[in-house]
Design a protein around this ligand. Sequence first.
Ligand code: NAD
Length: 503
Amino acid sequence: MATTGVREYQNFIGGEWVDAASGETFESTSPADGETIGIFPKSGADDVDRAVTAAATAYEEWRLVPAPKRGELLFRFAQLLVEAKDELTELMTHEMGKVWAEAGGDVQEAIDMSYYMGGEGRRLFGQTTPSELRDKFQMSVRMPIGVIGVITPWNFPIAIPSWKIAPALVSGNTVVFKPARDTPALGQRFVELLDEAGVPKGVVNIVHGGGGAVGDRLVKHPDVPVITLTGSRETGVEVMRNAADGLKHIHLELGGKNAIIVMDDAELDLALDGILWSAFGTSGQRCTAASRVIVHQSRYDELAGKIVQRAESLRLGVGWDEETDVGPVINQAALDKIHSYVEIGQGEGAELLTGGEIASDGDLGKGFYYRPTVFGGVKPDMRIAQEEIFGPVLSLISVEDEAEAIRVSNGIRYGLSSSIFTRDVNRAFRAMRDLEAGITYINAGTIGAEVHLPFGGTKDTGNGHREAGQAALDVFTEWKSVYVDYSGTLQRAQIDNTDAATP
Ligand code: NAD
């Protein structure tokens, strides 16, 4: 495709728009139709180093700006996102491929998060506690940490940067941001709007490029004490290993293999809606997508028939056409990976009920489209039921009872989202207790998180941190305990506390 007239983008370092030191570039192209979205600097270690220096310099002033003022800046940013919502939504349908409604939801999530974290500027609560000694005061306060390395995936190109950058900024940190190579234009617009909102020079910097060059340098840079990464399990392991020598704080949000349980007493049509939305929304490319349905044997045939019928009625196409139900997957490598898993599933003895093929008829041939795919007769230990495929592929697993359903749902390495459809309140509460996941939905699919509750997973989905809600602040702040002795004498804790009536 010709690139004449295509916009050329730059890195944003220390408040200046600059090319990569090497002068090299790469293109971002649309997964929907191959159109060129823009040309971006292919950055390297030099560019990261300059951005970190700018962020470290800016930190010395930014950390002293009162938190409510930092929050007000996020309110302004949120307002700019509101004004740019349609433009960003449209760009997302082109650059990432999401369908219109979902792209709008992605932007809305960033708006919600920016308002929410803006409010944290007037909270950022610590604790005060009584002292065991007289005339002594004590409290804990949240302190910023420094330069935060933000590394994001392509599947939520506006929302995920907001989950990281908004809490980082309100807490008083500065940021070097590396967006995914598949969605750099959206990362760039995010930073342009922060700049427009009035973020001081050097507080937010963007460096475009690949994980191996830009991401890796960020992870290993001695002046970057915190790395927050959302990506695959493999990348998470590599990042953690590479950051070990620097004893960095590593925040990881990784993969999922989420299941929806449908019990014998479930309202089937409601479950069906939840399954279709969770499995084929964003073409199955959500970390919280449902890729397994665990269904009571008494409802299996009925549910399988309905899922297949509905999956076959979904319209594939470009995201900017509001009639489209399912957009493209992100790139050729994703298409190849998804298709290879269909072959693996058939090889394992699962029954292909529908889909299982690349869709290339008419204009679909210009992009990366895969037919919504459903496997029946899947056994819990098959690879298609264990590994993250990250595409529109759903496995149906039949179980005998509730205990087996919970066991199968838990029987994977990941622990992000989970769901059960049942009308029995006791069963719902047992599931809430027993499902090993960071998120559990009752009578809803596996997607639908809101920004004011913690978001993240157990087991291999992460390393114990959470995004969103107040829990996110734990990633971007250090606790400091402060003791103020106003007695005018030396009082030794644990030794001079003779007031206590020791039992
Ligand atoms: P990815 O792991 O390929 O890339 C994620 C980011 O890491 C990209 O910016 C990439 O350039 C960078 N990167 C790659 N190697 C690196 C390295 N060695 N050092 C530093 N950075 C490096 O993931 P992806 O394909 O962009 O996204 C899909 C994955 O993300 C899926 O596994 C999905 O489940 C996961 N995800 C998780 C969540 C969550 O909140 N748990 C949300 C969305 C996506």
